[in-house]
Design a protein around this ligand. Sequence first.
Ligand code: ADP
Ligand code: G6P
Length: 465
Amino acid sequence: MTRIVIVSNRVGPLSDEGKAGGLAVGLADALRKRGGIWFGWSGEQTPEGIDGPAHVEDGPVKLVTVDFSEEDADEFYSGFANQTLWPILHYRVNLANFERRFETGYDRVNKRMAAKLMPMLESGDTVWIHDYHYLTLGQAIRQGGFEGPIGFFLHTPFPAPEIFAALPNARRLGRSMLEYNVIGFQTERDRRNFRRFVLDELGGTTEDGELLDVDGNHVRTGVFPIGIDAERFAEFAVSSEAQRRERQVRNLIRECQQIIGVDRLDYTKGIPERFHGFERFLEQHPESRGRIFLLQVAPVSRGNVDAYSDLRSEMESLAGRINGEHGGLDWAPIRILTRGFARKSLAGIYRSSRMALVTPLRDGMNLVAKEYVAAQNPDDPGVLILSRFAGAAAELTEALIVNPHDDEDVSGAIQKAFHMPLGERQERWNALNAKVRKTTAESWAANFLDVLDQIHRDENTARRA
Ligand code: ADP
Ligand code: G6P
């Protein structure tokens, strides 16, 4: 087996302590059994930044991280990655900031990270780059002389080409992505959007819809929905730590039912819209007051970007208003926790919740939906309410699928879940659980890497012929 070198902005941890972010969780699950190198940002800022010494944590998976300078963190991470690309990839053109210094910072960090990586690469390595932070890193590595396979996986959605084209450097970014041997997407919709972008905006062609060609440069595209290590997560859910959490919740809620929401505090997750949907439910079903509440776990994310701090204020004041208007002396409809939880505790919290509201406005996949399913008690499983705009909805069709913008629809789904008979809950859960267990993080990585390996070999054979 060749050595795998993974590059992503966020690296690890491989332990199970309070981490938030689907990429880190999915990659840790995938790499734990396979081994390799994982390279990216330490999360720290120092004056030397990328030029300073790398931090190395040895183990079956070798973690190699570098610091950023303040300028790199500002222009690359908070800037182009999270104020320009992230909103565009999630269809929020109104929130995108097109400051030119962000673009310069993005190019600089992509090139410097490639230069830092080059001496670590050996012939025979396979490089797998992840997510929107590093769209152009593959090109920089190729230009540095690396000849092995380079793959790319986009964890977020790829938007309709009309939206992506709003980026001032959309064409240049798109063209640089042709340097990858394989690009993986979460869903067919994302792949189709990318294909339309390449054909309409870059003048590309395709014969089979998968291999895209622009002036002799070509890239293979594929759909590889990411999963979780479901078996391990199900074990977490019956661990003593999870059981302790479950008891804690049940003692607190007694006859009440708990709805759970778990999301990084991000405007793509539809948290205010979810609160409006829940409020609608309380208005339409006054008899349910005091019998159900929503626990929203929302760890703060990217807090120095205005759109994120604005969202925090919006969420808190909305919950305050709803609690004030609808609550009683012994019952508040919405509780908010902004802390992180260890994975076992989280599994216990999922298991003690009668339903999960996973209602992002746009999401690449959404691992919370899969974790909620994996954590359920087969004898008394909860109900998953899932946005049609999450990548997970393409697979998890037995969930109650909703339009998160429509508070009537969300309210109706809560009512249905609240009264769903055990037989139907079990039937839906059995189907969902079978799917969650089938496409795991490990099989996701193996599928992608098999395709990458095959494509690279075919291309070498064709080149030699
Ligand atoms: P995203 O990648 O956009 O954050 P996902 O739903 O795909 O969304 O992944 C989020 C991951 O972060 C999940 O694995 C979830 O368990 C984890 N997570 C979210 N909130 C917390 C929290 N408060 N404590 C621990 N883990 C969390
Ligand atoms: C999403 C992105 C990841 C990112 C994660 C957490 O899952 O696709 O690339 O790591 O959110 O965001 P953060 O900015 O904290 O890394």
